[in-house]
Design a binder for this molecule. Structure first.
Ligand SMILES: Cc1cc2nc3c(=O)[nH]c(=O)nc-3n(C[C@H](O)[C@H](O)[C@H](O)COP(=O)(O)OP(=O)(O)OC[C@H]3O[C@@H](n4cnc5c(N)ncnc54)[C@H](O)[C@@H]3O)c2cc1C
Ligand SMILES: *[C@@H]1O[C@H](CO)[C@@H](O)[C@H](O)[C@H]1NC(C)=O
Ligand SMILES: *[C@@H]1O[C@H](CO)[C@@H](O)[C@H](O)[C@H]1NC(C)=O
Ligand SMILES: *[C@@H]1O[C@H](CO)[C@@H](O)[C@H](O)[C@H]1NC(C)=O
Ligand SMILES: *[C@@H]1O[C@H](CO)[C@@H](O)[C@H](O)[C@H]1NC(C)=O
Ligand SMILES: *[C@@H]1O[C@H](CO)[C@@H](O)[C@H](O)[C@H]1NC(C)=O
Ligand SMILES: *[C@@H]1O[C@H](CO)[C@@H](O)[C@H](O)[C@H]1NC(C)=O
Ligand SMILES: *[C@@H]1O[C@H](CO)[C@@H](O)[C@H](O)[C@H]1NC(C)=O
Ligand SMILES: *[C@@H]1O[C@H](CO)[C@@H](O)[C@H](O)[C@H]1NC(C)=O
Ligand SMILES: *[C@@H]1O[C@H](CO)[C@@H](O)[C@H](O)[C@H]1NC(C)=O
Ligand SMILES: *[C@@H]1O[C@H](CO)[C@@H](O)[C@H](O)[C@H]1NC(C)=O
Ligand SMILES: *[C@@H]1O[C@H](CO)[C@@H](O)[C@H](O)[C@H]1NC(C)=O
Ligand SMILES: *[C@@H]1O[C@H](CO)[C@@H](O)[C@H](O)[C@H]1NC(C)=O
Length: 668
């Protein structure tokens, strides 16, 4: 229990809310100062439990020991404080929200929207962690009291930095599907204004588990929309929602080494426990210092234990060790009913299956994960390019691409990872860039020998690879920071949207299918002007549990291809919708040559037809049933997440869905 000194401090910290004193608030509510004064003796609404009481058998992080326990709730309830009932746990046998608004979540301005006193009580119990939602770019607009021209200049220059957005309560990397309701004016649509739009109304700056539990209980009881944001990377704005209470997990960033012989279930070996707010760079640095490496992505700020692992997670190590989700050994999770549980092969095994690949913001909020680590291995990267020229026709270029594609099975089977781009200024002018070919456990000499046959074939076509650079690294960390520097990531823009497809190995085993795939990719790349792709596979790894909810299409994939739609800053919402529709239709040609496969939910077309099949495959019925079981209230929602077909956001135009509207249940 936190002492009353802390309580006074938080009362001061809550100065941004209209009520700075709960006694005053309660007096306004019902004239009872006695009870109100006593409420401060139970705030924050949390107790410290033993770090060794986790059912996973892995000690809690200190932030996880601070919980909303049944005893805390009993003590709160005993105060008879108006509104204290909002903080009790959910009961699956009463799946209706206590305040239902015609099947919709409430919005500010509704009669059922919580009063200022309710928000004050929440903040008090949170220990002062509640932040009022203000758009990051509000200082650029004179109708916000935050208006400040100098600050606007700084915000504008930071706008393309993912670190900047990750540090802001309402910062997200991709504003497009939020609704682009408040950007710095020079980067915004023509004549833009600034509104809160799809951004949350309040944010909980989470530093302990009790705060997540309180937020869940409050949102569920009051029929509020809840959103979950970690690093804010999601391309489709699955991290925000108009009128929502946001659970911001970024600061849950503890890491701990569990030793070289950590044992759980059938696993024995090196493992790390990471808070769900840990980002890729932090995990790579921590592991590297121990002579280890972990399966992570290629962006410094992507949240390893947030949306990345929840959605599956591909990595430069994927072709050696499998998906990032496969590496998880146990998790700690706050469920939609507000309870905090351990999830492993033996504790909630159904959730252990679902939370590894079944998508973020669906079954609960993960607070930490134990992941497998591997000994550090050397890496060699290779970059090169080739293209059409005076003497190389378009057809020859695509013969060169066929030569590249022909290498996909063998290269992935060798444990390599390749990230590449095709640019086509016109049908007759295309170029290919490998950036990079990432060869695990390989020296430069070994890699040269490995690619010799491909290079010979390209040379025979008159397209000897150009700008060939081999670089040796001692491990993942240095290969990563050198190959994918943070400065190379420009986020914050709204002028494009991408979709993707997973191409199955079977296409490489059937000449007709491979030719059809090649033609479909060629046409799409020429029409779109650009595509990106990965040559990877989700390796079979007997040392971890790969029975999980990762999209089964991943298990057969040799190539993850991405295609984009672009528009200019003068585009209207209708223009954007039209461009998005063209993308969705163009991707159909990729779907047609990969029947039964799917797409990666974390890098997907928001308008994907039959997203249930595409992002979840045969796992969908089981995932949907579990969603009804664990979240009958619909506390958690994200567009294209499991069960999201039961909800819609009002006031949208087809092909340009945003989170700037009211979330309502679909009426059956
Ligand atoms: C520059 C860039 C590079 C990328 N590189 C890769 C890559 O190499 N490999 C790859 O697989 N993907 C990659 N991605 C995609 C990435 O996996 C997704 O964007 C992922 O959703 C990011 O997770 P986050 O937690 O950082 O983002 P957020 O936007 O904060 O969260 C994403 C989703 O997960 C939910 N969520 C977040 N935290 C939790 C939690 N603790 N519990 C439950 N739900 C949660 C959110 O509600 C949201 O729905 C990349 C994306 C970008 C922008
Ligand atoms: C205030 O609450 C206390 C304790 O529940 C109760 O005894 C008292 O009657 C209440 N006073 C008013 C004015 O409601
Ligand atoms: C309020 O606190 C006082 C002093 O701590 C205590 O005597 C009293 O019983 C409490 N009242 C309630 C309603 O909890
Ligand atoms: C609950 O209240 C009792 C009685 O005041 C107190 O002894 C106990 O520490 C409280 N428990 C918690 C978890 O706050
Ligand atoms: C709370 O209300 C119950 C029932 O009305 C009453 O018995 C109890 O004394 C009250 N407790 C406090 C602390 O006021
Ligand atoms: C922007 O505002 C100006 C001045 O009101 C107006 O002339 C112009 O048509 C507007 N442009 C768009 C695209 O709405
Ligand atoms: C959120 O909490 C962290 C950790 O206590 C703190 O460093 C940060 O300043 C807080 N952010 C905001 C916007 O309050
Ligand atoms: C993997 O974990 C699941 C629980 O999700 C369990 O049912 C299964 O037996 C485990 N598989 C292996 C190979 O250990
Ligand atoms: C194209 O071929 C001609 C004739 O062989 C040669 O002179 C010229 O240098 C070539 N151009 C390029 C860019 O290789
Ligand atoms: C593509 O190349 C072929 C010859 O290989 C040529 O006939 C055709 O005109 C080229 N198309 C374009 C658009 O350059
Ligand atoms: C890495 O390469 C060495 C030497 O070729 C080999 O002994 C080792 O098994 C390889 N490690 C992995 C994980 O493939
Ligand atoms: C190179 O071309 C030959 C002949 O077409 C083919 O058999 C071989 O598989 C190709 N190798 C690579 C690596 O492209
Ligand atoms: C090869 O692929 C083609 C086109 O997708 C398909 O029609 C055919 O049935 C496939 N052949 C085999 C043997 O699978």
């Amino acid at each position: 229990m936190v002492t009353s000194v802390a309580v006074k401090a938080l009362l001061l910290a809550a100065a941004s809310l209209p009520f700075t004193d709960l006694a005053q608030a309660q007096t306004i509510r019902d004239g009872n100062q006695t009870v109100a004064a006593n409420a401060t003796t139970v705030a924050p609404g949390a107790a410290d439990v033993s770090p060794d009481s986790a059912d996973s058998g892995v000690s809690y992080f200190s932030f996880e020991s601070t919980q909303l326990t049944p005893e805390v709730i009993a003590n709160l309830t005993a105060l008879n404080l108006t509104g204290i009932e909002y903080f009790t746990f959910g009961n699956a046998s009463s799946p209706m929200a206590k305040r239902d608004s015609a099947g919709c979540k409430v919005l500010p301005g509704d009669a059922a929207w919580p009063s200022e006193i309710d928000w004050f009580l929440l903040d008090l119990l949170l220990g002062g962690a509640l932040i009022k939602g203000v758009p990051v770019a509000a200082p650029c607009y004179s109708n916000w009291h935050q208006y400040n021209a100098d600050e606007c200049t700084t915000i504008t220059s930071d706008w393309n930095s993912s670190d900047f957005h990750a540090s802001q309560p309402t910062g997200i990397d991709w504003p497009l599907f939020e609704g682009v309701t408040c950007l710095p004016p020079t980067l915004a649509p023509t004549n833009a204004t600034c509104t809160l739009g799809g951004m949350p109304s309040y944010i909980v700056n989470v530093t302990n588990v009790a705060q997540i539990q309180l937020a869940f209980n409050f949102a569920r009881s009051l029929n509020l929309r809840l959103s979950v944001k970690n690093q804010g990377h999601d391309f489709n704005a699955k991290n925000v929602g108009a009128g929502s209470l946001s659970v911001w997990t970024k600061h849950l960033n503890e890491i701990q080494y569990l030793g070289p012989e950590f044992t759980i279930g059938s696993y024995k070996g090196p493992a790390l426990k990471i808070g769900s707010g840990v980002d890729t760079l932090q995990a790579y640095e921590y592991a590297d210092a121990l002579g280890l490496e972990v399966v992570g992505g290629i962006s410094t700020t992507v949240g390893l234990g947030g949306g990345y692992i929840a959605g599956g997670g591909h990595s430069p190590l994927i072709s050696m060790y499998g998906m990032a989700a496969d590496q998880v050994l146990s998790m700690e999770v706050v469920l939609p009913d507000g309870r905090f549980v351990s999830v492993s092969e033996t504790s909630y095994p159904d959730l252990f299956w679902a939370l590894r690949g079944g998508g973020g913001s669906t079954f609960g909020v993960v607070t930490s994960l134990v992941i497998r680590a591997y000994p550090k291995l050397p890496v060699t990267t290779l970059t090169f390019s080739f293209g059409t020229s005076e003497n190389v026709t378009n057809n020859t270029f695509w013969e060169g691409m066929d030569a590249v594609w022909a290498t996909f099975p063998a290269y992935a089977d060798a444990g390599h990872y390749r990230y590449w781009t095709i640019l086509c200024a016109s049908e007759s002018s295309c170029s290919f860039t490998m950036s990079p070919h990432w060869a695990n456990n390989c020296t430069s000499a070994q890699l040269q020998e490995f690619v010799d046959p491909l290079f010979a074939n390209l040379t025979a076509l008159g397209m000897a690879p150009e700008d060939v650079v081999y670089t040796e690294f001692d491990g993942v960390l240095n290969a990563f920071t050198s190959t994918f520097p943070a400065s190379s990531e420009a986020v914050g823009t709204w002028s494009y949207h991408t979709g993707s497809r997973l191409f199955p190995r079977g296409n490489w085993e059937n000449a007709t299918a491979l030719a059809a795939q090649s033609a479909a990719i060629r046409n799409a790349a020429i029409e779109a002007g650009m595509m990106m792709g990965y040559n990877i596979k989700a390796a079979v790894n007997p040392t971890v549990n790969q029975t999980n909810a990762v999209n089964p299409a991943w298990r057969d994939t040799l190539m993850h291809g991405m295609l984009g739609a672009v528009w200019t800053q003068t585009a209207t919402p209708e223009d954007i919708a039209a461009a998005n529709q063209v993308l969705t239709e163009r991707l159909q040609t990729w779907r047609d040559v990969s029947p039964g496969s799917g797409a990666y939910m974390n890098e997907a077309d928001i308008n994907e037809p039959d997203f249930q099949q595409s992002f979840y495959g045969s796992n969908y019925p089981q995932l949907y049933a579990m969603k009804q079981q664990y979240d009958p209230w619909g506390v958690l929602y994200a567009i294209t997440a499991v069960g999201s077909e039961d909800w819609y956001v009002t006031d949208q135009i087809p092909y340009y869905p945003t989170q700037n509207g009211r979330l309502c249940r679909v009426e059956n």
